[in-house]
Design a protein around this ligand. Structure first.
Ligand SMILES: NC(=O)c1ccc[n+]([C@@H]2O[C@H](COP(=O)([O-])OP(=O)(O)OC[C@H]3O[C@@H](n4cnc5c(N)ncnc54)[C@H](O)[C@@H]3O)[C@@H](O)[C@H]2O)c1
Length: 282
């Protein structure tokens, strides 16, 4: 019933369809009023879209009715995420990308535009982390983390901004981290890259404001994904899991989805240059 309403509205170029979903598990068609995301022909690229946080976002936003480009270096995992989206009657496509390569990013943008005609939102979610003390860190490892986390955010944002400026609209969101303000022993390269993402977000927001493009960053707390499990011993992770969320426990993926939905909604159309923390950085 709700799906039929969605399809009818999509057929009309005049009607704007505004959807929200009550929570992460909801599917396409929960038409709840004017407080949510305008999904009418909206296209989002999510880099790192096959990862722990990225795939949760891809599934949730596809369920809301957005067309989702699952952009990830891990090709098979990206295709699996798209298969799940299609299974749930959403729309998505997988594009392999190395966010640290300008050529690969240009190709990602080209293919996304070929497929869907335009891009409304870029979500910079691709990221990597390792745990190494500064005194033991190889120069190559420092460069690798900065290349993917920070240069990747720059390259994808630059490519998307050029397209969005021509359209005089768009939203860019990036995942930073509380580590970017609090620092992290044994992950200085990661912390520095995320501090860079926060400063880049503020700078780009100022540059793109004249073109009606917003740029913001979201900072989850520690979230149960392959990245965070790889960074702790099983015992450390178990201890972390036992802490209640309001006392600095793990961030649930639906909290991240909820914040991203808010930042894509009409309510935040004039919010730019901001960094949103889901846990107090310590
Ligand atoms: N998990 C956490 O606790 C946590 C907390 C704060 C911020 N973050 C950030 O959230 C983002 C997602 O993290 P996650 O925990 O889901 O990690 P994840 O390892 O599950 O996912 C990261 C994804 O990025 C992809 N990727 C890696 N290098 C790439 C490249 N060069 N080009 C394209 N894609 C590439 C990987 O294939 C993977 O699918 C990262 O930026 C991370 O720094 C995570």
């Amino acid at each position: 019933m709700a799906r039929a309403a969605l399809e009818n509205n999509q057929a009309s170029a005049v009607n704007r369809l505004v959807l929200t979903a009550k929570n992460y598990g909801d599917s396409v068609g929960d038409i709840l009023g004017e407080s949510g995301i305008d999904v009418m022909d909206k296209v989002i690229i999510i880099t790192g879209g096959a990862g722990g946080i990225g795939s949760a976002l891809c599934s949730a936003l596809a369920a809301d009715g957005l067309k989702v480009v699952v952009a990830d270096y891990a090709k098979d995992a990206a295709e699996k995420t798209v298969a799940e989206i299609c299974q749930a009657k959403g729309q998505g496509t997988a594009i392999q990308v190395d966010v640290g390569s300008q050529e690969s990013v240009a190709q990602m943008m080209r293919r996304a535009i070929e497929k869907y005609g335009h891009v409304d939102v870029l979500f910079n979610g691709a990221g990597v982390m390792t745990r190494i003390p500064v005194v033991e860190m190889a120069e190559e490892e420092w460069d690798r983390i900065l290349r993917i986390n920070l240069k990747g955010t720059f390259l994808c944002s630059q490519a998307a901004a050029r397209h969005m400026i021509a359209r005089q609209q768009g939203r860019i969101l990036s995942i930073a981290s509380g580590r970017g303000v609090a620092g992290q022993a044994r992950a200085s390269h990661y912390a520095a890259s995320k501090a860079g993402v926060i400063a880049f977000t503020k700078s780009l927001a100022a540059e793109l404001a004249p073109y009606h493009i917003t740029v913001n960053a979201v900072c989850p707390g520690a979230t149960d994904t392959p990245m965070s499990r790889a960074g702790s011993t099983p015992e450390e992770f178990k201890k972390r899991e036992a802490i209640p969320p309001l006392m600095d426990g793990l961030t649930e993926k639906d909290e991240i989805v909820g914040l991203v939905r808010y930042l894509l909604s009409d309510a935040t159309r004039f919010v730019t240059g901001q960094t949103f923390f889901l846990r107090t950085p310590k």
